[in-house]
Design a protein around this ligand. Structure first.
Ligand SMILES: Cc1cc2nc3c(=O)[nH]c(=O)nc-3n(C[C@H](O)[C@H](O)[C@H](O)COP(=O)(O)OP(=O)(O)OC[C@H]3O[C@@H](n4cnc5c(N)ncnc54)[C@H](O)[C@@H]3O)c2cc1C
Length: 636
């Protein structure tokens, strides 16, 4: 963590200096008439977007929520490794790691072949494959996650906070103007003036307003999907049980009573159970059956027989039926329309699925992590608004994959076991499918298609483990200036900046005339360099593109004093030297980043990474024209 760049300030470094002229958010203050971005909904999707925009006080952001406060319990709880990598960029991954339950193993229980009325452990699977991510898969109460985002917003220069008790009723877009073309009608949904309406004009509106999204409906989006006609219950409980794996994630299938999923939770005592209840008629909704908590507890006890549950407290519970659905409209422009979008939908507003694969919160936040930097670039005038069209292209494809995979997973979970599986002569299909899905459920399988944002590169072989279109896969390194062991990927913050990682070839120690020396010189001074071209003269040299360098030597074999100025640039209002740009291989046994990520040792390479941490290009160290051309296609 770096701070005091612009001068020493006491207190928590997490609290950024407040920007002057920010909106006064007192409870008696009127709503603004115009904003740059209006976000509807304070679920994970909306908060993840607001936390990014909040860092830019020059962008007037408003986030509204129809409820009067943050939720306090319930809803989703699974955070996959990819989302944890994203939390690192927001600065709260360590806090999350400290408080949460880590899913290390998943256990599978099936009917005992000798006595099918009893369940028996059929196998265990390591939940996060070695080196698939440096982060754990964790479980946490969704309300707590909201608090962490709210804290980031509150500590940001704009001191952004939600406007609670306001609901989007509808909106219209005026395609003839660029001056706040979206007019949004808001209704006071639980305040003293309940039912009264206001209008706010916005440059962009993002509907993160859940499955019944008013924003989606206003742009003509419809959720298409199907239902499995199966009622499920979910309960967060404090209970005692003789079931031995209660502190492991478990998938339990009984012979005749249905399935249960156990998710141990933060704090060591509470756990969640998803309990299969009755089949529903095609025309029936789970809510119509009026299931109670007692029904759910009784069903759970039948399924885990011969073990039993003694429930002391039901913290939260809900009944639902599985449905999968997807909207074809992630923004307000159709494919044939050459207008750039003004309205977007994200999260459950555009895709819903079964909660049991634990994807709901994750995919919702990944949607708005994809959109956030694009909105920031456009509103800062760094990119053409056509950049915003890529949101739908990238996220719709991902959402389709999510719904398809979730469909298959739900089917496998509800399928009866075969005789061979029960005899133990064949690995149960559910375990096989779980192993096959690990990358998907970890969120690391996402691969965006080639586009002007993801280059078709002839140089992928220079970094075989950092595939273009996939997230930058972090690895251990040592920071040269202070020999600190750290993860290379953790230099990335949720700050809408691009990163270029320059990996030096063998024997290159940035000595005069070496490839790194020449590259640093060119990047810093040449008019064709993307760093020079896309950074304003009054900005820090790394304000838009942050270049980091990695060497193959260990830290004691390199001469920091001989490095070019781009490797230790002077930044901030005091022009202080930045000592965090240069890294070398780990010398204490955690692994060699070159081997771990397939970096060409002889030639080295350049890896261009988008602000949302996806690899955009892989190039040779002297691939200057291609590098310039790539950035010229994206940035103004
Ligand atoms: C009751 C319930 C139980 C769930 N249980 C689970 C579970 O057990 N496991 C799991 O993985 N997932 C569960 N989910 C799903 C999971 O919570 C979502 O996938 C995830 O929260 C999606 O995030 P989101 O930000 O897209 O939407 P949401 O979290 O749904 O947030 C949408 C927000 O928008 C607000 N809003 C709605 N309409 C408007 C409007 N017109 N104007 C302003 N604000 C509006 C809502 O009040 C809400 O705060 C559950 C969802 C619900 C609703």
């Amino acid at each position: 963590m770096q701070f005091y760049k612009d001068g020493f300030r006491g207190g928590s470094p997490d609290i950024k200096p407040a920007a002057p002229n920010r909106r006064n958010r007192g409870i008696n203050e009127p709503l603004p008439e115009k904003v740059d971005v209006l976000i509807a909904g304070t679920g994970p999707a909306g908060l993840c977007l607001a936390a990014q925009l909040a860092q830019f006080p020059e962008i007037e952001t408003m986030i509204i929520e129809r409820m009067p406060t943050n939720i306090i319990k319930g809803k989703a709880d699974g955070i996959n490794t990819r989302t944890m990598e994203m939390f690192q960029a927001f600065g709260f991954a360590d806090k999350v790691k400290r408080e949460t339950y880590w899913v290390n193993q998943t256990a599978f229980w099936m009917p005992d072949p000798q006595n099918p009325d009893h369940i028996k452990r059929a196998g265990r699977v390591q939940d996060v494959a070695d080196d698939s991510s440096e982060m754990p898969h964790i479980l946490i109460n969704q309300a707590r996650l909201h608090e962490l985002f709210l804290e980031v917003m509150q500590n940001s220069p704009s001191r952004l906070a939600p406007d609670y008790s306001w609901e989007v009723v509808t909106l219209t877009v005026d395609p003839t103007t660029d001056d706040h073309p979206v007019t949004v009608t808001l209704k006071d949904s639980s305040g003293v003036n309940w039912g009264s309406t206001r209008t706010v004009r916005a440059n962009y509106v993002v509907g993160c307003d859940g499955a019944h999204s008013s924003v989606r409906k206003a742009i003509g989006g419809v959720l298409h999907g199907d239902a499995a006609h199966q009622a499920w219950g979910v309960m967060d409980i404090l209970a005692n049980t003789d079931f031995p794996d209660v502190r492991q994630k478990c998938l339990i299938s009984s012979a005749k009573e249905g399935n249960v999923l156990i998710l141990p939770r933060e704090g060591g005592y509470v756990f969640r159970m998803y309990v299969e209840l009755d089949k529903l008629r095609p025309d029936e909704k789970a809510a119509q059956r009026k299931f109670t908590q007692e029904d759910m507890i009784a069903a759970a006890n039948r399924i885990i027989h011969p073990y039993s549950l003694d429930v002391k407290e039901v913290v939260w519970w809900s009944i639902y039926d599985i449905g999968h659905s997807l909207t074809d409209k992630f923004d307000d422009v159709g494919e044939a329309d050459d207008r750039n979008p003004r309205v977007f939908v994200a999260g459950d507003a555009c895709h819903t699925h079964s909660p049991k694969a634990g994807q709901g919160m994750n995919v919702s936040m990944q949607d708005t992590f994809n959109l956030g930097w694009k909105l920031i670039h456009v509103l800062q005038g760094r990119a053409d608004p056509k950049l915003l069209r890529s949101y739908t292209q990238e996220r719709l494809t991902e959402a389709k994959r999510l719904v398809d995979t979730d469909h298959k997973w739900s089917r496998v979970m509800s399928e009866p076991t075969t005789q061979a599986e029960r005899d133990g002569t064949e690995e149960p299909r559910i375990i096989r499918q779980f192993k096959d899905n690990l990358e998907f459920t970890g969120g690391t399988a996402v691969k965006y298609d080639a586009s002007y944002l993801f280059a078709v590169s002839a140089h992928q072989a220079l970094a075989t483990g950092e595939e273009i279109g996939r997230r930058f896969h972090s690895a251990p390194v040592v920071r040269l200036s202070d020999a600190k062991q750290m993860q290379l990927g953790h230099v990335a913050q949720a700050d809408a900046r691009w990163r270029i990682y320059a990996f030096a070839g063998k024997a290159d120690s940035s000595n005069a005339g070496s490839a790194i020396h020449q590259l640093a010189n060119w990047l810093e001074t040449n008019p064709n360099s993307p760093v020079v071209k896309h950074t304003h003269q009054d900005e820090d040299i790394d304000a838009v593109i942050d270049v980091r360098f990695v060497f193959q030597q260990t830290f004691d074999q390199l001469a920091y004093e001989n490095m070019k100025s781009l490797l230790k640039p002077l930044t901030g209002s005091l022009g202080l030297q930045d000592h965090g740009k240069v890294f070398c291989v780990d010398h204490k046994g955690l692994g060699d980043v070159y081997d771990m990520r397939g970096i060409d040792r002889d030639k080295g390479c350049l890896i261009v990474v988008r602000p949302d941490q996806y690899v955009a290009h892989v190039l040779p160290l002297d691939g200057r024209e291609e590098l310039s051309a790539y950035f010229a296609g994206v940035l103004l």
